[in-house]
Design a protein around this ligand. Structure first.
Ligand SMILES: [Zn+2]
Length: 218
């Protein structure tokens, strides 16, 4: 399959913005891709924003994000405490926070999928597109009870070392989720393996995204 490469040199400074409603969303949706970006673009800077976390989940989010971004020199991890499950009903506050993010001017934005059935996820996606009007946005997927997975069109192949690191890290850091029936290594492997099949990943696993707009730089 023909591969497209971003218009970047190895030492270009790339600014990445990761947006996640809950403490483990970014890692589940795009953790492997973040690790791959860091490996290939050492000058990357990352803003990592989690919108909702209880005190226990806040600590988990900070520890996990810190480990994922261990090799990133320029990074900011922000954990907000908007009420879990109520984002659409507290939309004005969250919209106002997004206004402050306009100054970041990121090169790549990771956010939730537009047709995600979790109301918090969906609102963040809407506000991402409202706020960033000339940006490269990738929407990630979160497996869940609602059964809302779509047909993604943008794939990132994961080497086995990165795939394993992602899964191990999720299990290591998010102890509060152990009682959730879906929070198992099989879940994380399954979705990565399926996306690997769909994109002929050489080492079997891939993360997948919905890319709505991409301009061809020729
Ligand atoms: Zn979530």
């Amino acid at each position: 399959m023909l591969k497209f490469f971003p218009d970047l040199k190895e030492n270009d400074k790339v600014k990445v913005l990761c947006l996640g409603a809950h403490s483990d969303d970014i890692e589940i949706g795009c953790g492997g891709t973040i690790l791959k970006i860091i490996e290939h673009m050492p000058q990357v800077s990352v803003d990592w924003i989690v919108f909702s976390a209880s005190p226990a989940r806040r600590e988990e989010a900070i520890n996990s994000a810190s480990e994922f971004l261990n090799n990133v020199h320029e990074k900011e991890i922000i954990i907000k405490n908007f009420e879990d499950g109520f984002f659409p009903y507290n939309g004005a506050e969250i919209k106002s926070f997004f206004e402050d993010l306009k100054n970041l001017s990121p090169d790549i934005i990771f956010t939730h999928y537009r047709h995600d059935l979790h109301q918090d996820h969906r609102l963040l996606c809407d506000l991402t597109w409202n706020t960033f009007r000339d940006h490269f946005i990738l929407e990630y997927e979160i497996p869940k009870y609602d059964g809302d997975l779509g047909t993604p069109n943008f794939f990132v192949h994961l080497p086995s070392s990165i795939y394993q690191r992602k899964v191990d890290s999720l299990l290591k850091h998010f102890g509060t989720q152990e009682n959730k029936h879906w929070f198992t290594p099989e879940t994380f492997r399954a979705i990565l393996r399926l996306r690997g099949i769909e994109s002929r990943a050489p080492e079997m696993y891939a993360e997948a995204f919905h890319c709505r707009k991409l301009t061809w730089g020729i």
